[in-house]
Design a protein around this ligand. Structure first.
Ligand code: HEM
Length: 280
């Protein structure tokens, strides 16, 4: 019987090229500029490599959810660390764009319209998975039933944050019932009771210091994602200035409006109250 991989690919004569499907991968960079613009290759490669890392990040995120469901705290921590390493890499990678001057980009930008980062399904899946679920962005996939289905599944599932809170509750922390039973499709509303639960876990961890490590690692993740947004908008500013985006948004102004979004609001809010009541 012929052995195949999970997608049905026949596994024979495995070597570097065939295992990693390098010839197929290297055929996927199709330039649309005419005559070919030298820098379009760079633009395609940077975006494609982002999408590969987004794929890996979603893969790790699904494992993180599994670990929270099983209340496997140290395993969850290990996965968060890998996700953070990927995000570190992505915040570096976005800076590659500083080698693309406005004039170089203008040399092929019109050809790629109306393609836009708005249409990155995996980026939106990541946001939805971590609890940022703005239905505004569904319109960019209205003609793609499979993409809409993937987003719908993410919308209807508890977020990473919800799973984390359930794990906290399973370990005996008094997470408020209305937080645990909330409608996942709606935005998470900041809960003062939850802030208090987290504050106590920080200042009186007792035998549960592992949760402090998880809080801090999750904060790193949130910071790194925000850092990606911040570096992206800086790169966009230096490349297109005040021009509108190819996806029809106001461009920089729109991207700046996204900067305050956070995945884990109470982990930020607790900073405001940690020192109340003499814990300085
Ligand atoms: C010259 C380089 C780039 C420029 C000028 C640029 C510009 C923009 C602009 C103006 C938007 C707002 C939406 C629109 O109207 O199109 C946007 C969104 C976005 N871009 Fe970029 N971008 C660049 C590179 C990248 C790269 C390398 C990535 C990597 C994946 C990326 C991912 C995204 C994503 C995911 C969004 C949606 C952000 C959100 O909804 O919060 N962009 N980009």
């Amino acid at each position: 019987m012929t052995e195949t991989d999970y997608s049905g690919l026949v596994l024979r004569d495995l070597n570097y090229q065939s295992y990693l499907q390098i010839p197929e991968l290297l055929r996927l960079q199709r330039l649309v500029s005419r005559p070919r613009h030298h820098d379009e290759m760079f633009f395609i490669v940077i975006h494609q490599s982002f999408e590969l890392w987004f794929k890996e990040m979603l893969h790790e995120t699904d494992l993180l959810v599994e670990h929270f469901r099983g209340v496997q705290v140290s395993r969850a921590l290990k996965v968060i660390k890998r996700i953070n390493a990927i995000l570190e890499n992505l915040t570096q990678q976005i800076q590659l764009l500083s080698t693309l001057t406005p004039v170089e980009f203008a040399g092929f930008r019109d050809r790629l319209k109306p393609a836009s980062g708005f249409q990155s399904l995996q980026f939106r899946e990541i946001e939805f998975a971590y609890g940022l679920r703005d239905p505004f962005f569904l319109q960019f996939f209205k003609d793609e039933p499979e993409a809409l289905e993937r987003l719908r599944q993410r919308l209807e599932a508890p977020s990473v944050y919800d799973e984390f809170l359930r794990a906290l509750a399973a370990e005996g922390l008094p997470v408020p019932a209305e937080v645990l039973q909330r409608d996942f499709r709606r935005p998470h509303a900041l809960s003062a009771e939850l802030v208090e639960v987290i504050r106590k876990a920080y200042v009186e961890p007792g035998e549960r210091y592992h949760w402090v490590l998880v809080f801090e690692a999750m904060l790193d993740l949130d910071m790194l994602f925000s850092k990606w947004r911040a570096v992206h908008v800086l790169m966009v500013t230096r490349t297109i200035g005040g021009q509108k985006g190819t996806g029809g948004s106001s461009g920089v102004a729109f991207l700046e409006s996204r900067l305050p979004h956070r995945f884990f609001p109470e982990l930020w809010e607790v900073r405001n109250v940690l020192f109340d009541g003499g814990y300085a």
